[in-house]
Design a binder for this molecule. Structure first.
Ligand SMILES: [Zn+2]
Ligand SMILES: [Zn+2]
Length: 376
């Protein structure tokens, strides 16, 4: 492909909110300065894809979603160093690289995070993807839009993988796993021997459980109504798994860990579960928020006096406070060395079965759906 030319690709396009994805040919512009084009091998389905598919986040349509892509570099744009055609790579969220938080290796709190990751367009309001008829298709979701055979990505949002890496298995590291594991290892900095409760046993919550085991937390308690997920959590290292529909979860926690737990991590966004989670906190405990409630403007269910008296810390968590260039290689090592058995969370689907994968993700029929281009 010559510089400046567009190329043929295919993508799962969402034309309207809450409709099926339609797999169609597209034209993708050549990568611009600082970008590489990645031929996507596999892409995870994340809860955030489902939220943006509702149209409630101001998503422009038609749009290409997908933000847990992995693949091989197909072409390298101008001004890119250290990446070559054929390199296996993992894609992650976009950041500006210039603001104070990016400069201090804290890109999850990039001052420009929202427009870069959520507008689905570049700073000029442009998109690199077009239909064969010439209609623009928004394709900068999380700086990648990887529900497609190819995606243009900034080089700083690409992590090079070892040549023998299983990029399909590793694809969820770029968002869901990075968020759950990073929350425990980086945001809360949970210590060995400390007690932790994780609320919600989806891919993010179970990644947090795996990380808590690696860190050496004990007890590790999952609160989750789905029995399959509770059982899996125990296999992954949870010492206890509580059904909040069967009993009062906060009371159960105090029986397991008298006085409460040192860390509570909510991945559910359920206000009742969050309120119960606050009652689980021991003096000086930290509460980490990952799950966003349906009403994202909901206030904290906390009284200020008791909070001061107990020395509580409440922390919002984006992307597990990750610096992907250093943290993702750590996670790659943990998965490939068998310390983080990510394969137990993953169900693979051929890319053209994306609507089944989305349906199963909604219904809880799978924990982490990964779409693959290389299977039928
Ligand atoms: Zn995500
Ligand atoms: Zn920034």
């Amino acid at each position: 492909m010559n510089k400046g030319q567009s190329m043929h690709a295919i993508a799962a396009i969402l034309h309207e909110p809450n409709t099926d994805f339609s797999i169609e040919p597209i034209e993708l512009d050549a990568p611009t300065s600082g970008q590489v084009m990645v031929k996507i091998s596999a892409v995870g389905v994340c809860h955030t894809d489902l939220i943006f598919a509702t149209g409630k986040m101001g998503t422009p349509f038609p749009v290409i979603l997908g933000h847990e892509g992995a693949g091989r570099i197909a072409s390298v744009g101008p001004d890119v160093e250290g990446l070559s055609v054929g390199d296996k790579v993992l894609l992650t969220f976009e950041n500006c690289g210039d603001c104070p938080n990016c400069a201090s290796h804290d890109p999850a709190y990039c001052h420009n995070y929202r427009p870069l990751n959520f507008s689905c367009l570049d700073a000029q309001g442009c998109t690199p993807a077009h239909s064969e008829g010439g209609t623009d298709i928004a394709a900068r979701f999380f700086g990648q839009s990887s529900f497609a055979s190819h995606a243009n990505v900034n080089a700083r949002n690409v992590i090079k993988l070892p040549a023998d890496a299983d990029e399909a298995l590793l694809s969820p590291l770029g968002c869901g796993v990075q968020t759950g594991a990073g929350a425990v290892m980086r945001s809360l900095r949970a210590k060995a021997g400390s007690s932790i409760t994780v609320i919600g046993g989806g891919a993010v919550g179970l990644s947090a459980v795996m990380a808590a085991k690696i860190v050496g937390c004990s007890p590790i308690i999952l609160v989750e109504p789905n029995k399959v997920r509770r059982d899996l959590a125990k296999e992954l290292g949870a010492t206890h798994a509580i059904d909040p529909m069967a009993s009062d979860a906060a009371e159960d926690i105090h029986k397991i860990s008298p006085g409460g737990v040192q860390y509570v991590l909510d991945t559910s966004g359920n206000l009742g579960a969050i309120e119960s989670g606050v009652k689980m906190m021991a003096p000086k405990a930290m509460f980490g928020f990952i799950g966003i409630p349906t009403d994202r403007l909901s206030p904290l269910p906390v009284s200020i006096g008791p909070m001061i008296g107990a020395g509580y810390t409440f922390k919002g968590i984006m992307a597990g406070d990750s610096d992907p260039q250093t943290f993702l290689p750590e996670l790659v090592y943990l998965v490939t060395s068998g310390k983080m058995p990510l394969e137990k969370l993953v169900t693979y689907y051929p890319f053209d079965q994306i609507n089944d994968a989305i349906k199963d993700s909604h219904s809880g029929g799978c924990i982490k759906a990964v779409l693959r281009f290389d299977t039928k």
